[in-house]
Unconditional design. Sequence first.
Length: 69
Amino acid sequence: MTTFEISLNGERLATQAPTLQALLQARGYALQGAMACAINRNFVPRPEWPERALKNGDRIDVITPITGG
């Protein structure tokens, strides 16, 4: 299995997750939750997460809403 060197929310890490969705699952994100993802500053629509392949050097940002007041 291929290992990718990526950045997730500013944290450098190595992953064997082949897709964005696999990475999110491996990192413990609740996929049914409210969040948005971008790879290299480009928004990735949720329906594309299962097919969006990761590459070395990708910068992934996961944005989740903050509740409170």
